[in-house]
Design a protein around this ligand. Sequence first.
Ligand code: PMP
Length: 412
Amino acid sequence: PRPFDPALARRDFPILHQNVNGKPLIWLDNAATTQKPQAVIDRLVHFYAYENSNIHRAAHTLAARATDAYEAAREKVRRFLNAPSAKDIIFVRGATEGLNLLAQAYGRQHVGPGDEIVVTHLEHHANIVPWQQLATEKGARLRVVPVDDSGQIRLDAFQRLLGPKTKIVSITQVSNALGTVTPAREMVAIARRYGAATIVDGAQAVSHMPVDVQVLDADFYVFSGHKVFGPTGIGAVYGRAGVLETMQPWQGGGNMIADVTFERTVFQDAPERFEAGTGNIADAVGLGAALDYLAGIGMHNVAAHEHALIEYGTEALLSIPGLRLIGTAREKAGVLSFVLDGCATADVGKALASEGIAVRAGHHCAQPILRRFGVEATVRPSFALYNTFEDIDALVDVLRRLQSGRGHGLSR
Ligand code: PMP
């Protein structure tokens, strides 16, 4: 990979080169969604200009092109996650659909009355609600791994929660609300000793660090394309081959069948049996382009740069009087989350927006973990490979002025 320079990478993202509210845009809302490099935009245009077709390979030339592009994207996802086979990769709309697929196609088969599903206090609503729904349907119980005051998982308490009733352990790799990097690999290893199926929600991890599903060793891994510089509406589920083979489809329709009569249907194998209907072909291809782009940079380079940003940002924020950082674990990625004494989070968000700085101010679809820290909302600047130390300086500058009561008529 070429030497990594965030200032050079910035040039690859056309959206970053505009003024918003009269100020140069500073995009610090990457945990909500990331921006797209020109290579992804070009790939989408190329697909619709030259390749668009449904993916029935044998039908005609464009069908073959579209099928090849779609399957090449699946292979790129496989490589990105270091999965053993492209057949282990299921395309879905995103992490939310991936987790719902797992609750339906795996959970409904394996969870019964009195069984337990374990999640952590850090989870995004997408990794809480589907399990709650399943637990209600099956008379099972949702159990929650607590965190310590830094926002890190309490491994001792995790161990104590596990037992013969534990059927599923579904945990995030990185918290979208606090940025905590959980000891996912260790947790998976422990959970597997109890015979539980293991799921890792990688939605907030994939853009920040190299991921290797064989090292993690979970049965399933899910992520969203739009959080890793790809299009919205596309994401992937990795599943361990031996487990995928035992799972029944969760949605029925075209593409997922081998043979249909009115009496019965024979399903395709994985991954097709989990991809009913016409999929999001173009955006899968666009995701493939995003993963190519990242491969060109090297995820280790991204991780090193972002580590420096987190350290710099943490120190800079902590120097602001009256600022309370929520989530102080040593292992963090991508996200800083805070409240400012005497300022409503929504107002902080608005003040930053008026200065061209985009952050999220709210509950980040992770209400339980914010409430664990006694707040309903935080301000959340979140980073990606194209962010710079100057972006953080600009953020801190506005916050300082806001805090010192000179919040009106800010300019930079
Ligand atoms: N899990 C985590 C940790 C997330 O941050 C998100 C998105 N904020 C999701 C799941 C859900 O992803 P999506 O909305 O793309 O389906």
